[in-house]
Design a protein around this ligand. Structure first.
Ligand code: ZN
Length: 245
């Protein structure tokens, strides 16, 4: 298939949520996705790290490293993390095989694909895991963005920054891309949405139509919650899923 005719499913912040991931992949297949890419954080928070990794690797999903992927695949102390995140990272470290750990550790911090770039946090300082919430943060990022489009995650909040001369921030569902502008899309989170909508979030980028569409997919939250409780992970991680917070 010519590179101009791709439908790219862009996933991010899956965080070991098997039910959300499989629901999103089912929808992406129905949408005619030809390629799968991921802006990182495959693991952390939920109970199926190995299964989610295996599924994405089987799809040859092009992936970058998120902060959870990073800390789950090394022995660094976790004092910079909130206790909640730290306890799940320790748990996740124990679930992964040596091979899975090496895979996560080997993921690049950013990646240039066919007409777009992937990064977990920001191209400004990708190894510092900075959060891009406002136009000022995005402006620092845009200095390093050489492709028209860049996809990111990390905040779990689907939002787009568009740079013409100034940087504008807006929520989005469908964006028609204008030649000459630069776009920095947060694709939201598959496995732990935080914008008040509990449905899984991901993006379809249609390179032929030059369009980016945000999609929200309902999934079996109950089962994900049961798995979290059964694994002995913090109750708050189960509860937050139903509120999307
Ligand atoms: Zn995340």
């Amino acid at each position: 298939m010519a590179s101009a005719e791709k439908k790219v499913a862009v996933l991010g912040d899956i965080h070991s949520n098997w039910e959300a991931l499989t629901a999103v992949l089912e929808d992406a297949a129905l949408q005619g996705a030809t390629d799968y890419v991921c802006v990182g954080d495959l693991v952390g928070y939920n109970a199926n790290p190995a299964e989610c990794m295996e599924k994405l690797r089987a799809l040859r999903c092009t992936t970058v490293r998120g902060n959870h992927d990073h800390y789950c695949s090394n022995d660094a102390p976790l004092e910079d993390f909130q206790p909640l995140a730290a306890s799940v990272i320790s748990w996740t470290r124990r679930q992964l095989s040596a091979e899975e750990t090496a895979y996560l550790r080997g993921l690049p911090l950013s990646r240039k694909c066919d007409g777009f770039t992937l990064v977990h946090s920001t191209l400004d300082t990708p190894d510092k895991w900075g959060y891009v919430y406002d136009a000022l943060d995005a402006d620092a990022h845009f200095n390093y963005q050489t492709t028209a489009i860049c996809f990111y995650g990390h905040t779990h909040l689907p939002i787009v920054f568009e740079k013409q001369v100034r940087v504008a921030r807006s929520s989005y569902t469908r964006v028609r891309l204008t030649v000459g502008r630069k776009y920095f899309f947060n694709v939201g989170s598959v496995g732990q949405p935080r914008d008040g909508d509990p449905r899984a979030s991901y993006v379809i980028y249609d390179s032929k139509a030059r369009e980016v569409e945000l999609r929200r997919i309902a999934y079996d939250i109950r089962t994900t919650q049961e798995k979290i409780r059964k694994a002995g992970l913090p109750e708050r991680l189960a509860l937050r899923l139903e509120f999307g917070k």
